[in-house]
Ligand binder design. Structure first.
Ligand code: PLP
Length: 392
């Protein structure tokens, strides 16, 4: 199988797995206990906190462990607005957020908060001038993702953060897709809160972290035993935390080399497909995009059939986002780019990883071409396009 769906999840790196192993059977202690077994677990956890902090340029005490990107987003967003609800009720976000942010905002809208969804235009990037226009004296939170999980576009986070600071508004960014792929530095990006997750960077599923800048205070949304500064109570997932730490250490060490290698594969894949298949289009910005993201559309083709046919050729890819591909609604991200529904249904996302090779890219270019040709022969949409017969 050729795996090209790394933005949905990634395999656990063998080094990460090795690091985690002792914390299941032998060093199984509860990190909040006083005897040495517990203290060892605590030590491993604190070492992991340093590894996570180092990757993002934070101090270890600014990192809290969570169950993943979704929980980090919820703690940051709800924790901020519940705390500041007497100051204002306005939140600014973008039109292309991951459901973990988008659905949280929708929920808050039903509960008295107002949300502005900034447009992203054809290239999938917010405009800082729109943000400035949207700010009111009721704005208490700006939450805009670092890079998008479907189309890979990278937002001008440092500039957004600067505006947030000038206006004394808290700023959260979902960086789940960017850690390990492009440099992430909380100081340079001017963020107050940042979400990350292990399973998108060769770590295990179900573990993540939230950076909370020193001095930023959040209202807890989960209540319990007071772990993780009371923000994420519950017995710590020590093995997961160790895995997250190791994944961050490897990500930091290999970042530039991996990014260069994967960008090369990405460009080969994009050019190979666009050049060999007529009426094929790239979604999102050509260069302001993640090193590993390819998102394409083919006139007259349904994304779901494309993915299923590619699967039968041994290629794992996705359409829309993994979370919404079970629904018939087109991706809100592609709609935000200004695409028609029928166009948005025809998307193919290929997201590369460090274990992909040039040979795999060559195979996938050929496989996509074959599948698109087969499906177009059967497609009433394609045959209805003037000149379709001529093309065959
Ligand atoms: C995957 C993803 C999440 C969710 O992270 P989980 O750890 O799966 O909860 C949030 N935001 C973005 C941008 C993602 O890609």
């Amino acid at each position: 199988m050729i795996y090209m769906d790394h933005s949905a999840t990634s395999p656990v790196d063998p080094e990460v797995f090795e690091a985690m192993k002792p914390y299941f059977v032998d060093n199984f202690g509860n990190a909040s206990t006083l005897y040495s077994l517990g203290r060892d677990a605590r030590k491993a956890m604190e070492a992991a906190r340093e590894q996570v902090a180092s990757l993002i340029g934070a101090k270890p005490e600014e990192v809290i462990f969570t169950s993943g990107g979704t929980e980090s987003d919820n703690i940051a967003i709800k924790g901020t607005v519940y705390r500041l609800k007497n100051k204002g009720n306005h939140i600014i976000t973008s039109a292309i957020e991951h459901p973990a942010v988008r659905e949280t905002c929708k929920y808050l809208e039903k509960n008295g908060f107002e949300v502005t969804y900034l447009p992203v235009y054809e290239e999938g990037i917010v405009r800082v001038s729109d943000l400035e226009d949207a700010i009111t004296d009721k704005t208490i939170l700006i939450t805009i993702m670092h890079a998008n999980n479907e189309i890979g576009t990278i937002q001008p986070i440092a500039e957004i953060g600067k505006i947030a600071r000038e206006n004394k508004i808290y700023f959260h960014t979902d960086a789940v897709q960017t850690i390990g792929k492009i440099p992430v530095n909380v100081e340079e990006m001017n963020v107050d809160m940042l979400s990350l997750s292990a399973h998108k960077v060769y770590g295990p599923k179900g573990i993540g972290a939230l950076y909370v800048k020193k001095g930023v205070r959040l209202e807890p949304i989960i209540h319990g035993g007071g772990h993780e500064k009371g923000l994420r109570p519950g017995t710590e997932n020590v093995s997961g935390i160790v895995g997250l730490g190791k994944a961050c250490e490897l990500a930091e060490k290999n970042l530039l080399e991996d990014a260069k290698y994967i960008t090369n594969l990405r460009d080969k894949l994009i050019d190979g497909i666009l050049n060999s298949i007529e009426q094929s289009y790239l979604d999102g910005h050509r260069t302001k995009r993640l090193p590993n993201n390819v998102n394409l559309r083919f006139t007259g083709i349904e994304g779901e059939s494309l993915v299923l046919h590619l699967d039968s050729k041994g290629v794992a890819a996705s359409t829309g986002s993994a979370c919404s591909s079970k629904s018939l609604e087109p991706s809100h991200v592609l709609i935000a780019l200004g695409l028609e529904h029928v166009e948005a249904h025809g998307s193919l996302r290929l997201t590369l990883g460090k274990e992909n090779t040039e040979e795999e890219v060559d195979y996938v270019i050929t496989a996509v071409k074959e599948v698109v040709e087969t499906l177009r022969k059967l497609s009433p949409l394609w045959c209805a396009i003037p000149g379709a017969e001529r093309r065959e």
